[in-house]
Write a new protein. Structure first.
Length: 490
């Protein structure tokens, strides 16, 4: 069965579902207030209609002057002698010009009706309209109209005809408007309430209205996705609803090549859930393994993928602004669809270097992350070596502003990704760095948008103003403290 197409606001009206006489009844109902009628006759119902499915007479308000037997002038009113209208009804799928000619053969040129209406359930072409007008003008008909499918739908959508629409098709636009008004009023109330309660609290608990298992506190679950409730952070309030951070994943993005990838093995959005100890430990191990891969990507392609959902005000059914002792935050009740929160829209945004990149169709997903992750077990500590920084670079390191080594010679070329080496830091606690990425390339290719702070960091290490077109040895690293090193050795 072919799915019916819809208009912007209403579905197509299926005139073909009416049997022919009911379609005649529909047209007769529609013409009642079209003119001021003296009478309307359903001639087609009785058979032998002489071409008339419906015959109607306009009320006659004209006074006719005549003379009596004494030749005296008198004025008479003949209310039953109004203009005759012929209404022809055709419940057919198609009416072309040749069909128009056949239909209009019933119009008598010697005694034509004053008006003529052809009502059909088909779409009427311009050529059919032109043929219709030309024939009836020649036959002497004074007023004539075609009501095709589009015209009939327009009539039935008028508020005055809502009763007719409901009688024949079971549709009431008035009721729909009432329902829509109620829906909008409810959404406005929800929005205004959320504006008040979320002024200082941006964390909410979204709950499935149909769930009866809450709080299920002492029953371990396999994953957060199994819960019919969860806590989320509201990023902002949109005119349509709440913008909610649904998920956050480690991601890769090359803005110049418009390539990206991510892994969903661990969700970075924190939740107050009740995973069992064994499950929690497994999740921690998975996160550690993913981070062990992610940390050693080049910094300029490391991002965080935010999966953001729009929860419309109209989809929120109830709000408990007090919450409870388990989740001391507003509780938002919605009807889950297919076991999921009914976000009306999902956006994917990658955060990288204080930028937010919307992932659109022009970005191609490239396979960067593996399907499964295993933590790298080899640990190489360069006990014979140490990094000696000059005073300016040391200050930057101690203030956590230095996270990359730059050199215009190969003095650090013995360092490779995953190597751990001690930094001479003058602190009581030994601090190491682990190389996460190394390259030897033109500075502008490494970062074509160096800001003042980054230029000063490079300058502090090479002891001169850097040239954007020169090649430098570059070593990205992460800090590792003594206590972390002891953990890594286990």
């Amino acid at each position: 069965m072919v799915k019916p197409t819809t208009t912007r606001t209403f579905g197509t009206i299926h005139f073909e579902d009416l049997e022919p006489h009911r379609f005649e009844d529909l047209i007769r109902e529609l013409i009642y207030d079209y003119k001021s009628w003296q009478s309307i006759e359903a001639t087609g119902r009785g058979g032998s209609d002489d071409g008339f499915d419906i015959r109607a007479f306009e009320k006659n308000y004209k006074v006719v002057s005549s003379e009596n037997e004494d030749n005296e002038a008198i004025e008479e009113l003949h209310p039953m002698e109004g203009n005759l209208w012929m209404i022809q009804v055709k419940r057919e799928k198609q009416i072309n010009p040749s069909k128009i000619k056949t239909i209009l053969e019933d119009v008598n040129s010697n005694n034509p009706p004053y008006g003529y209406i052809l009502a059909a359930s088909a779409n009427i072409s311009k050529k059919s309209y032109d043929t219709f007008r030309e024939i009836l003008r020649k036959k002497g008909v004074m007023e004539f109209f075609i009501w095709g499918k589009a015209e009939l739908e327009d009539m039935l959508h008028q508020p005055k005809n809502d009763r007719i629409l409901f009688t024949f098709f079971g549709i009431s636009l008035t009721n729909k408007k009432r329902e829509k008004t109620t829906e909008i009023r409810s959404a406005i109330n929800i929005k205004n309430k959320l504006i008040r309660i979320l002024e200082n609290k941006m964390q909410i608990l979204i709950r499935n209205l149909n769930d009866e298992s809450y709080p299920k506190k002492n029953e371990p679950i396999d994953s957060v996705a199994d819960l019919p409730w969860n806590d989320y952070y509201v990023l902002e309030q949109n005119p349509l609803g709440l913008i909610i951070e649904n998920k956050e994943y480690y991601s890769y993005i090359d803005i110049n090549k418009k390539e990206w990838d991510y892994t969903d093995n661990c969700d970075l959005v924190p939740h107050n859930n009740y995973l069992g100890d064994e499950k929690s430990q497994k999740e921690t191990q998975t996160t550690t393994a993913v981070e062990d891969f992610y940390d050693f990507l080049p910094r300029k392609v490391k991002g965080k993928l935010m999966v953001i959902g729009l929860l419309k005000y109209s989809d929120i059914i109830l709000i408990d602004d007090k919450g409870d002792n388990l989740y001391n935050m507003p509780h938002i009740y919605v009807s889950y669809r297919n076991g999921k929160i009914p976000f009306s829209k999902i956006f994917k945004i990658i955060k990288i270097n204080n930028e937010k990149i919307h992932i659109k169709d022009d970005f191609k997903q490239k396979s960067i992350f593996p399907k499964s992750f295993t933590k790298h077990k080899e640990l190489k500590i360069l006990t014979e070596k140490r990094i000696i920084l000059n005073d300016e670079s040391k200050k930057l390191f101690q203030s956590y502003q230095l996270e990359t080594l730059f050199s215009d010679d190969d003095k650090y070329e013995y360092l490779n990704p995953r190597d751990i080496v001690l930094i001479e830091n003058n602190n009581s606690e030994e601090t190491y760095i682990q190389i996460t990425f190394k390259t030897h390339e033109v500075l502008k290719n490494y970062n074509n948008a160096l800001d003042y702070k980054q230029i000063q960091i490079i300058k502090s290490q090479i002891m001169r103003e850097p040239d954007n077109n020169e090649k430098l040895y570059i070593y990205e690293f992460k800090r590792i403290y003594k206590w972390q090193l002891d953990e890594l050795k286990k």
